[in-house]
Design a protein around this ligand. Sequence first.
Ligand code: CP
Length: 345
Amino acid sequence: MDLYGRDLITTQEWSKAELDVVLELAARMKRDRFSERWTKVLAHKTFFMFFYNPSVRTRQSFECAATELGGHAQFLVPETMRLKTATTAGETIEDAAKVMSRYACGIGIRILEDKVPYYGAGTELLREYAYWADVPVVNMADDRFHPFQGLADVMGWAEWFGGGPGRPDYTRLQGKKFVLTWAQGALARSWCSVQEALLIASRFGMHITIARPDGYDLDPEVIEWTRQNCQAWGTSLEITNDPVRCMDGAHIVYARNWMSPNAYQDGQFKKQEEIAKALSYQGWTLDAAKMARTDNAIFTHPMPVDRGNEVTDDVASGPNSVIYLVAENRLHVQKAVMALTMGNL
Ligand code: CP
């Protein structure tokens, strides 16, 4: 299967067979991390990491990925690039993307939260770069999607229920109950990670339950895609406002805060209002009592975790927490996608 030159905006736009190829390579790379089979795949090549927003995992793991593939990752921020904006003159995306393509083997972009004026603007910017660039454009988290997080998530879940680290068994996820629950929190998080998790969990044959307070619905298009993914497998999609009973029989619990659909008003991200509203809720912290209702479920989260708000420490650091397993997998799935889309593998 030839994935060379492909953009990655969301996993939903890649076929299941293509995702399988990526995940199979990621597991091989994890088992044999510094093999000479991989360490020259990006030799002498540079990957541009273009960050509008901060990051811990994404920047670090992409930089390590480029190094481990024999290449280099260059960190870019818009403040150093004289780009045209709604209020300032400067370089167009067409020109920036075409010039960047003359230097780099691929371009990763992160843009979300306060760096976009309305929901969806981040994905639109990525698609415009992808349109003009002659090299792959990959999504390092925008306001709608976070494909590398979704790939790392599903790999971690399949490792847990399969053969352990580096030995995922994706068939073991089929028929499992995946619960995505909104959680109170002080970070007003974008929808990208939770939406990507819904898409990938439903893509791999899980029953999906979404628990959220009234007024915290996610993107209707993503919900519809999730519904279609479930229909293809014959699995269920349930949406509830009960943060307790949703846990009954769960195998995977993903608890995270996300902003309300009213977060963007008049071209601005109302972060403080969103945080105040989110913290006013009671009963939406994931704790041991809720986990006790599950079928020995794992706790999963893309991190950073808002401990004490989203989840209690004993669950976040408990024996069924896969947060570090998943975080590590960011490295391996990114290496696999970079090797296949930008490298000479
Ligand atoms: N999960 C994730 O993308 O983490 P960072 O925001 O730290 O990159």
